[in-house]
Ligand binder design. Structure first.
Ligand code: GLA
Length: 416
């Protein structure tokens, strides 16, 4: 385990309305308050102890955005915010699921898995369906779920939920699917049941995270390496716009479609069997500007650049050159905002506001976009002042409270 990267405890007294992650010691999986709450709720709902208890974390992504579904590279890490599930087989044909966060209970028949009007049970149903499609019978089960991954903040609360459910069912039934198989199963569920054509990054990170490490994942063949995150007196700080864009899912699918269209056009031009933008050099995109519709050109230009930038950024990290890494984050943001067009005024404002700050090495929007958080590399002793300086102007301009989290990395899916 690497603890050296952890910032020392700081005197941080933020308004309680804002989230703040514990700095000194990341909670271990055995002492979490949520675990206690989930177990208590399970007991009060079902008057028994659960057979399986699982925790699966949210994630940050250091660099490599919108590259996963283009078979490029990403650099995520699992964090100490997670979804918990406590589960036992049901004694009847009915499954009873209780969400502690929403205080909602559903009673349903999972044979066959059918979409519900409430959103959260669909994340469980989609996973159940994927096990069924593998020919694995999933008996009716009761469960309680709860999480502290902020919803809609770009930290992949839904992937954490899917990974938690898939991991728990795999443990319970002894189906022995590998973590990679489980990640792929979660992704299929998201595509087929939820309807978002997401990449593999979020569920992969939730299942494979390691404390103190980022994962460099090659989304083409799912090979991966762990990279120690040595922050040298800096913190990874997320500023939360508190914007949850309702069009994000459809816009996401459109971006993916634009990339695929680009691959088809370029494949024809170069008479090559390109499978994805991973196969295409940025130079080839530039040479093809005249035949690519403008939005497709921009998308392909951004993605091909970002795939290479992510590899270069990993070298910066290896060399301990956080300043160079941070500069690449700014470039990524510019591409996501101006070319890929998945940012929003709130995200742009937050990145612009820290751009020339001497104690900020890098900043960019993180995740799918249209809201959520920026991720920033900030000198530990400047975090509080930076936040204090940003929150007023942000509230004044957008009428929203700025949220903040200092990211602490943690282990991937774990059975308790
Ligand atoms: C969302 C998706 C991921 C990835 C990111 C953008 O988080 O779920 O697969 O595409 O957006 O990098």
């Amino acid at each position: 385990m690497h603890f050296a990267y952890l910032p020392p405890i700081q005197a941080c007294f933020f308004d309680l309305n804002f989230y703040f992650w514990q700095l000194k010691t990341p909670p271990t999986v055995t002492t979490s308050k949520l675990q206690t709450e989930v177990l208590a709720a399970f007991h009060s709902q079902f008057q028994a102890a659960p057979q399986v208890v699982v925790r699966s974390p949210g994630r940050i992504n250091l660099i490599g955005e919108h590259t996963d579904y283009n078979e490029g590279f990403v650099l995520p890490a699992a964090v100490n915010k997670a979804v918990w599930i406590a589960l036992s087989p049901s004694e009847s044909k009915t499954s009873t699921w209780f969400s502690l966060d929403f205080q909602e209970k559903v009673e349903l028949n999972i044979h066959p898995a059918q979409a519900q009007s409430l959103r959260w049970p669909n994340y469980l149903l989609g996973i159940v369906q994927q096990f069924q499609l593998l020919g694995i019978e999933v008996p009716a089960f009761n469960c309680v779920i709860a999480g502290d991954v902020p919803l809609g903040a770009g930290m992949s609360s839904s992937a954490a939920l899917e990974a938690a459910v898939a991991f728990a069912i795999n443990e319970w039934l002894g189906t022995a699917l590998s973590r990679i198989e489980l990640a792929l199963l979660c992704q299929r569920s998201e595509h087929q049941f939820i309807g978002v054509k997401c990449g593999i990054m979020d569920m992969f990170a939730s299942l494979h995270g390691k404390r103190g490490q980022a994962i460099r994942l090659d989304c083409r063949d799912l090979s991966y390496d762990y990279f120690p995150i040595d922050l040298q007196g800096y913190s990874l700080v997320l500023f939360d716009t508190q914007v949850k864009h309702s069009l994000a899912d459809s816009e996401y699918n459109q971006r993916r479609a634009a990339c695929e269209e680009g691959v088809a056009i370029l494949g024809e031009k170069y008479q090559a069997n390109f499978k994805s933008l991973r196969d295409i050099m940025q130079q080839q995109v530039i040479e093809s500007a005249a035949i690519l519709p403008a939005h497709i050109f921009q998308a392909c230009h951004y993605v091909t650049g970002e795939i290479q930038r992510t590899l270069n950024a990993c070298e910066d990290l290896k060399a301990g050159n956080l300043a160079a890494f941070g500069q690449k984050m700014f470039l990524t943001h510019a591409g996501l905002s101006e070319q890929y067009r998945v940012s929003c005024p709130e995200l742009d404002f937050l990145v612009d506001a820290v751009k020339n700050h001497p104690q900020v090495l890098g900043s960019r929007m993180m995740g799918g976009g249209f809201g959520g958080c920026t991720i920033n590399i900030v000198a530990e002793n400047a975090v509080q002042d930076l936040y204090e300086g940003l929150k007023g102007p942000y509230a004044e301009k957008f009428g929203r409270k700025l949220g903040m989290y200092v990211a602490v990395t943690d282990e991937g899916s774990t059975r308790l």
